[in-house]
Write a protein of this length. Sequence first.
Length: 158
Amino acid sequence: MKKNALKVALPIPFVEKEENLNEFIQNAIRQAKRYHASEVTAFLPSKGFRAVGYPTNEYITHCAKMFKTAREELAKHGIDLAGFYTLTVKSGRREDLEPIIRADGSEAPFSSCVLGENFKKALSQTIALFVSIAKPKYLLLEDDFSLSASSIKGCFCP
Ligand SMILES: [Zn+2]
């Protein structure tokens, strides 16, 4: 690549199951060649955690190991693999994480409070775990920290 050349990063959804990993890798190679991209940014860990709860360390480890395999394989083709970590405030509930409290005192079903000490610790530990194994070129973090999706007037936690 020429110095100061425009770098194109392609966003491609990552996969949840090992059996689909090769499909992701082949798709990433095909798309990178098609668009002359030197980087692929994988959306992960996956969709759907709002319904099933905050991801476990076991799941993040599984995801990170697959990411590492994909990163090493893509490097053979001159493609860097980065990540877009999508699970932040609206990542699903876990019993020990502080929920967003609505104006009527009820708990929001899938959002954690950004002020919650347990939530902040869990989020940073989850991301650190992923990065320590996956070693992405870079990791973008979902920036939708809006509280209004769960509680129109914000969080009313004590
Ligand atoms: Zn709160």
